[in-house]
Structures are given as C-alpha cells and as structure tokens.
Design a protein around this ligand. Structure first.
Ligand code: SAM
Length: 364
C-alpha cells in the first residue's frame, strides 16, 4: 500500500459543497445518531484560523531550510521502500505552504523588504519546523501533517489512527454511481460502508443517492467513528449518512436483509507483509486498517460469508482487495461456497490495471 500523493488544485477545496434537499426522508439521522465517542477530531490546517504572524524573511528562512532537507533525501526513500523522492517532497512543501500561509504563496515572492513584510500563518513557525522535520526524519505522512486528503471532489479530514483514503478506492463510489443511475430501488435504498475510516466512501455514496436513499458507515475504531462523523458533518450529510461503531455486520443487525448495497475496503494486507511497507504506511497508518491476517483474507472472507443475509434480493456489493490473487479467490469462493446466493460476481480493475475489486448482486 502506497500513500497517495495526488493533490488537485486548491480551488477544489473551496468548491461549493453540494447540498441535497431531502423531501420524503424516512429517518432523520441527526436526531438518532451521536457517535459513541468523546474524541475530538483535529481541524485540517487549511481550515484553522490564521492566528500566527511571521516576517517574510523568517518564513523564507524556513522555506530554504525545508527545501534543503527535502533535497538531501534524493532517491534514498524511493530506493529503500518505494517512498517519496526529493521532487515529490518539494511538491508537498509547496502544498504545506499553501495550507499554512493565509496570503498564499505569492507573499513568498513579495518584492518589498522581506524583513518588513508580515505574513499571517495557520501554524506558528516553530510548528512548521517541527512538522517538516517529522515529514523527513520520521517519514510522517504529508496528509497527517496537514490533516486532510483530497479524494474525489472531497477534502477529507484525516489524522493518525485513520487510514488515508487512496485514489483507487474512489472507484467503489463510481461502481455505486453506475448501479444507482439505472436502478431507482437501489438509488432510494439503504447502503452500508463497512470499515469507513475517514468516511470517504460513505460520504461519496451519500452524495449520489436519491432523496430517500441513505447510508450507514461503520468502523471498529473509535477514532475512525469520530473523524468520519466530523467529515459527514463538514459536508452537511448528517441526515443522509449515519456513523456507527462496531465490528463489521454487528451494527447493522436491525436492518438485516434490507440493504440495497454494501461496500467495503477492509484490511487485506497479509500480516507478514506489513513490515515491508513504505515507512509512511507501515510506521504511521493504523495496523487495524491494514492487517488482514496470515493471508490477508480474514476480513474479506468474514464479509463474504455474512453479506448474503444482509442484502435485499438484487442488492449490490463491492469489496476492495489486495489484487489479482485475492480477487480471484473471492469470486471462486462466492460462486462455489455460496452457490446460488449471488449473480454477476466479477472482478474489476483499478486505475493501474490491477484486478482490485470484486462486485456482484444478491440473487433474487
Ligand atoms: C483499509 S481501511 C479502509 C478505510 C476507508 N474505508 C478507506 O477506504 O479509506 C479498513 C478500515 O476497516 C476498519 N476495521 C478493521 N477491523 C474492523 C472490524 N472488525 N469492524 C469494522 N471495521 C473494521 C479499520 O479501522 C479501517 O478504518
């Protein structure tokens, strides 16, 4: 698993969030759901108030120091574990400046005397030194530094304890979009995203369902429940997406057999491979989100075994896997072990052509 380094232009952060009006909504989640946690999610850097000041010359000193540190990496991380090279780190430095400096990067090229120009910052200069040191020396993921990740048209809050959503996972929302476009029953039905992490998939789905459609996002991790709830709130989807804590199907029991669709990107990395992951992932992202047991299939098999009874007839499912071997195994497993329970079970590839997903429908 590799940390995503794609970051769209800043303007997408400010894109107006689509609000949906919800006539005929059967249940008002905001009244019934409050996440069972007192954890307070962190505010992403770009949303923090610019309470700090620094002279332009001090900021430039920091920038030069940070550039030198990034340049000194060369291809060392790339060669050791496929980590970021200097070019990528320098791009990240630019994004950090965009998020941290209120006036934007243009102030860094001001023609006025830099020791007289004062810039407003969202983090103090001492913290910016500390953050960049953590990025290079501890390999702390960039997304944890700035507290957010750009994913589809969303900017999601992330922090330690939450898996940083990956670009390939965006396709799960595309699958759901394709399925609901043609099918009103599924569009207006109840969906679930199991192991929601930041809430990425559930929020993506919540924005494409019909006016009566709704989604439940679950996770075992209290930090994930807290951050997913915060992201749901940031996108004003509290009435559409309910976040629940618990293990896999357990929080869905009261809606057994009613789901129009269930999707999941569960932990799927074989335990013995965790040690060989890129340091940003292996050292910093939560094991609970990565480790799928000896073959990586523990959670995927649990999900396959339980999904038929949770879905309504004709209901859709999509699982993300580690790639070809796991996907092929799952398709065979679902066709042979649960004969007649599913139809149209197939493998779908990700952007890199890796056979990443298994999708299908509950038999009618
Ligand atoms: C690979 S991450 C996916 C996160 C998010 N859906 C995404 O795609 O970015 C797997 C998620 O499953 C959660 N998880 C692990 N074991 C679980 C369990 N027994 N029940 C529910 N969620 C679990 C982890 O906390 C983590 O958030």
């Amino acid at each position: 698993m590799k940390v995503s380094f794609i970051r769209p232009s800043l303007s997408s952060i400010f894109k107006p969030i689509l609000f949906q009006t919800l006539p005929n909504r059967p249940v008002n989640f905001s009244k019934i759901s409050s996440p069972p946690t007192s954890l307070k999610p962190q505010t992403p850097l770009f949303l923090k108030p610019a309470n700090y000041r620094a002279t332009l010359s001090d900021l430039k000193k920091w920038q030069l120091w940070a550039k030198n540190l990034a340049t000194s990496v060369g291809t060392k991380f790339l060669d050791s574990d496929n980590g970021p090279d200097s070019a990528l780190l320098l791009r990240e430095l630019g994004w950090l400046i965009q998020d941290a400096v209120l006036e934007g990067p243009t102030s860094l090229s001001s023609e006025n005397n830099p020791s007289e120009v004062v810039v407003s910052l969202r983090a103090c200069l001492v913290d910016l030194y500390l953050l960049w040191k953590q990025r290079i020396e501890e390999r702390r993921p960039f997304q944890y530094l700035v507290g957010c990740e750009h994913w589809r048209d969303l900017v999601l809050s992330v922090e330690e304890g939450i898996l940083i959503p990956r670009p390939e996972t965006e396709l799960i929302v595309d699958f759901v979009s394709d399925v609901v476009k043609e099918n009103e029953v599924l569009r207006e039905g109840l969906w679930a995203d199991l192991g929601t992490g930041s809430g990425a998939i559930a929020i993506g789905i919540g924005r494409i369902l019909g006016s009566c459609g709704r989604a439940i996002a679950t996770d075992l991790s209290p930090i994930a429940v807290s951050v997913a709830s915060y992201n749901v709130q940031r996108y004003s989807l509290q009435d559409k997406v309910q976040v629940k804590q618990g293990s896999w199907f357990e929080p869905l029991k009261e809606d057994e057999g009613k789901f129009a669709g269930i999707v999941s990107n569960p932990p799927y990395i074989p335990s013995e491979d965790i040690g060989g992951l890129q340091a940003e992932v292996g050292k910093h992202e939560p094991k609970l989100a990565l480790d799928g047991g000896a073959t990586g299939m523990n959670d995927l098999l649990h999900l396959c075994n339980g999904i038929a009874s949770m879905l309504r007839p004709g209901g859709f499912f999509a699982f993300e896997t580690n790639g070809e071997k796991q996907s092929k195994f799952l398709v065979d497993y679902m066709e042979n072990e649960s004969k007649g329970s599913f139809f149209d079970v197939k493998v779908a590839s990700d952007f890199a052509g890796i056979k990443r997903f298994v999708t299908g429908y509950r038999a009618t």
